[in-house]
Design a binder for this molecule. Structure first.
Ligand code: NAP
Ligand code: G4F
Length: 350
């Protein structure tokens, strides 16, 4: 068992919740950064929570926001982590076109605020940056560590900035800082407005008679979809290496949104073509057409390989929607709407 201390930003998100589980299993003391909101946002990690009045818990949560550099410094000083996993971000690509400045400030500059806090405090901690395959944009697949970036959204541009500032702090100040360039990874804990969860959820709801139609945008986009619990293991492996480096994490396969629809709807005995309608508001002003990751470096140097590929992932996600009540997965929403982001007033920014 490890006696290390980790700080996880974005611990209330999909990846943060799986990473917290993994680190606690390994014996870490885990500190999580949680932004304050008027209602609880800890549904995905409530099963890990222990009452601090009864014992000193292995999971400790702290209020803080990526916008607040001084808070981040104070927390680092207090926590003295061995490892920092920086997962917090405005992570929705479509939303980044509506909120480009906010996305730049959180997803881009948030990384600088953390790295600068590490530099200023002089802590010898290791740093993981949640970089993204979105940075490759229109560069043709397969994409690997030296493939050129061509970001296609404010989100991707912010992540590309964060990627380079991470490398810069490694080269300039010798900080053990790594970029995990993760391709899409999904799970039953995926946010409801990402396309895989939206599809799996709708398939189950339509099968139960709770919903008739699912509205989607571009069905031709292709993604390399893996299974999130396996991807957080790759994050941990990166920080155990003596030499910091950057790694692609992916399955090496690609499926279209149309393929994912077929996989989920056939799993519950439905023909998706009878239920899916086009809504142009879900299109992006510029799209990423095709992502396929080459993670041979991660296999070679980290010993990491995926076992769950997209067809099994679609089954896992659809089964979860069919079998377990939403509350068990930390959902606060039981809305009939398949996508809560766009309201009737929203206009396409194109
Ligand atoms: P997610 O479910 O959207 O979680 C994002 C987390 O960031 C949440 O905990 C959120 O808090 C937190 N957050 C957002 N803005 C914040 C702020 N201003 N201050 C503090 N915390 C803030 O994302 P995910 O899928 O777990 O992804 C984790 C990271 O990997 C993200 O950086 C994402 O961009 C990146 N990534 C994801 C994928 C993927 O396929 N999932 C692929 C490549 C890279 P709330 O719970 O309060 O919203
Ligand atoms: O599920 P998505 O929103 O994920 P996207 O844009 O690939 O981004 C995710 O993966 C990135 C890694 O490559 C992460 F960095 C990022 O944080 C996030 O986790 O959309 C996937 C595809 C897109 O091409 C989109 O245009 O599905 C298409 N799509 C079609 N209809 C839709 C919809 N996407 C969403 N969210 N909603 C739709 O109705």
């Amino acid at each position: 068992m490890s006696h290390k201390t980790a700080l996880v930003t974005g611990i209330t998100g999909q990846d943060g919740s799986y990473l917290a589980e993994l680190l606690l299993e390994k014996g870490y003391l885990v500190h999580g950064l949680v932004r304050r909101s008027s209602s609880f946002s800890t549904g995905r990690i409530d099963h890990l929570y222990q009452d601090p009045h009864e014992r000193a818990p292995a999971l400790r949560l702290h209020y803080g926001d990526l916008a607040d550099g001084s808070r981040i410094s104070t927390l680092l000083e207090a926590i003295q982590p061995d490892e920092v996993y920086h997962l917090a971000a405005q992570s929705h690509v479509r939303v980044s076109f509506d909120e480009p400045e906010f996305t730049g400030s959180t997803t881009g500059l948030g990384t600088t605020r953390l790295l600068e806090a590490i530099r200023m405090t002089g802590l010898p901690c290791r740093f993981y940056q949640a970089s993204s395959s979105e940075m490759y944009g229109t560069t043709p697949p397969p994409q690997h560590e030296s493939t050129p970036f061509h970001p296609r959204s404010p989100y991707a541009a912010a992540k590309t900035y964060a990627y380079w500032i991470t490398r810069n702090y490694r080269e300039a100040y010798g900080i053990h800082a790594v970029n995990g360039i993760l391709f899409n990874h999904e799970s039953p804990r995926r946010g409801e407005t990402f396309v895989t969860r939206k599809i799996a959820r709708a398939a189950a709801r339509i099968a139960r008679g709770e919903q008739q139609f699912l509205h989607l945008g571009n069905l031709e986009a292709r993604r390399d979809w893996g299974y999130a619990p396996e991807y957080v293991d790759a994050m941990w492996r990166m920080l155990q290496r003596e030499e910091p480096d950057d790694y692609v994490v992916a399955t090496g396969t690609s499926y279209s949104v149309r393929d994912f629809l077929t996989l989920c709807f056939e799993h519950v005995g439905l023909d998706w073509e009878r239920h899916v309608r086009f809504d142009e508001r879900y299109l992006r002003p510029s799209e990423v057409p095709d992502l396929i990751g080459d993670s041979s470096k991660a296999a070679r140097e980290l010993g990491w390989t995926p076992t769950v590929l997209t067809p099994e992932l679609a089954q896992i996600m659809t089964d979860a929607e069919v079998e377990s009540p939403p509350a068990l997965r930390g959902d606060v929403s039981t809305r009939p709407q398949e996508d809560s982001i766009l309201t009737a007033q929203d206009q396409s920014p194109r």
